[in-house]
Write a protein that binds this ligand. Structure first.
Ligand SMILES: [Zn+2]
Ligand SMILES: [Zn+2]
Length: 141
C-alpha cells in the first residue's frame, strides 16, 4: 500500500499522501492553476508589485512570495517587486535589497577579518614556537 491517509493542510480534507505532500490533489491542482494565473499576470504586467499580483489574480500573497523566492519569475526573465526580507524595501530580485546585502557582506567581512587577524596572530605565535622548537631540534642534531 502506497502512501497514508492524512489531512490536507489547506482544506483539511483527508487524502492519500504520496511523496510527502502536505496538501490534497484538489488543492495542489488549484495551486498549480493559481501559479499559472500568476505567471500569466506577471508576463502581461512586467515589473508589477506583489500587491498588484494579489489583487489581479486573487492569489494569496504567500503563494506569490514563495514563487518569487523559488525564482519562478526569474526563469522567465521576469522580475517582480517584492519586499526585502530585512528592511522591507521593494526590490526586483533576490531576498534582500542591495543596501542590506552590502551591510550583511560588510558584517561578514569584518567577522572574517577578525577571524583572519586572530588566526594570523595565532599562526604567527605558533610559527614562532615551532620555529624555536625546530631550531632546538636541529641544534641537538
Ligand atoms: Zn485540500
Ligand atoms: Zn533591505
Amino acid at each position: 500500500m502506497a502512501g497514508k491517509m492524512r489531512n490536507c493542510q489547506r482544506c483539511g480534507k483527508l487524502f492519500m499522501q504520496q511523496n510527502r505532500e502536505k496538501i490534497c490533489r484538489d488543492c495542489r491542482d488549484a495551486e498549480v492553476e493559481m501559479e499559472n494565473k500568476v505567471m500569466d499576470f506577471v508576463r502581461s504586467n512586467p515589473e508589477c508589485k506583489v500587491p498588484d499580483i494579489v489583487e489581479g489574480t486573487g492569489a494569496e500573497e504567500a503563494l506569490v512570495v514563495r514563487m518569487i523566492e523559488e525564482g519562478r519569475f526569474e526563469q522567465t526573465n521576469l522580475k517582480s517587486y517584492h519586499p526585502c526580507k530585512k528592511c522591507g524595501k521593494e526590490i526586483l530580485t533576490g531576498q534582500y535589497c542591495e543596501a542590506c546585502l552590502s551591510s550583511m557582506q560588510e558584517n561578514l567581512q569584518s567577522v572574517h577579518a577578525k577571524i583572519a587577524t586572530s588566526s594570523a596572530a595565532a599562526a604567527a605565535a605558533k610559527g614562532k614556537g615551532m620555529h624555536s622548537k625546530n631550531l632546538g631540534k636541529t641544534g641537538k642534531k
